[in-house]
Design a binder for this molecule. Sequence first.
Ligand SMILES: NC(=O)c1ccc[n+]([C@@H]2O[C@H](COP(=O)([O-])OP(=O)(O)OC[C@H]3O[C@@H](n4cnc5c(N)ncnc54)[C@H](OP(=O)(O)O)[C@@H]3O)[C@@H](O)[C@H]2O)c1
Length: 291
Amino acid sequence: METTNTQLLAGKICLVTGASRGIGYETAAGLARLGAHVIIVSQSHERAMDAQQRINAELGKDAARYYVADLSVQAQVNQLAQDITHDYNRLDVLVNNVGGWFRKYNESADGIEMTFALNHLSYFLLTGRLLPLLQQGSPARIINVSSDAHRQPKGIRFDDIHFKQQYRVFSAYAQSKLANVLFTYELARRLEGTDLTVNAIHPGFVKSQLYRHFGLMTPLVNLLADLFGKNAVEGAQTSIYLASSPEVAGITGKYFSDCEPQDSSPASYDISQAKQLWELSEEMTGFTYSI
Ligand SMILES: NC(=O)c1ccc[n+]([C@@H]2O[C@H](COP(=O)([O-])OP(=O)(O)OC[C@H]3O[C@@H](n4cnc5c(N)ncnc54)[C@H](OP(=O)(O)O)[C@@H]3O)[C@@H](O)[C@H]2O)c1
């Protein structure tokens, strides 16, 4: 379902992380085509600027503005939130889309396993830091881009969150995507009674740069994505739908795929895991939510 009403998001401010390419770029471009002003975040200055230029060339010079931050680095997430808060007086939509796949064990600048740092903790910290701005924009919407890969783990490995005992790339990725859903549901519970909604999505199997780190499997996965997958425009549609459609106003704490609510994995509904993950995330980021 491709949304086409060019006025649907007129006057709205939407931030999309990981928006220099892939699903994030098409989400930002799609939101801009609905009339929003979009804030693009990526770690690469050149690619973020190029994304801004492409959107502005199509939609006008104020349609998009880019910021550069390595979102695996907590100091840069904090700085980004500070800059956005300085430059804008409200935010209507936050799409936490950034994600990575790390073939070898790798630590962030904060000494945290890279997949967990980028795919989960950046969502947790950026959302918390931008919450006051989202409250100014309310009714505001938060969308966390997860994946059906979240269905693989039976729970979060609290006894070895960094996968130090034995690193497995798919398990680390799948755990981070389960963390996205647990975080979404816990945040929705904490925001109950407010004008802020938060939902998680699976974009589908989408041909993108995510698979470039699959090593020898990369050509095969790309071929499968060509044959059976979606392109990035199609992969962006569920995020765009949740960010913009009047049909989902007030809907919160759900998991969506193909613009439809779906059941997520049994592990994702475990409230005690969600609370434990929340506390761990506060500890690992040094940031405490005031809700
Ligand atoms: N592709 C799929 O089949 C699929 C399936 C399920 C879920 N997903 C999820 O969809 C989301 C988007 O994935 P994609 O396939 O579009 O990936 P992608 O093509 O690899 O794009 C990733 C985006 O994140 C940015 N990025 C990467 N590392 C960053 C960092 N440290 N700091 C800031 N920005 C960073 C990249 O920007 P620069 O490198 O230019 O900075 C790029 O804009 C991810 O959360 C992924 O887990 C994808």
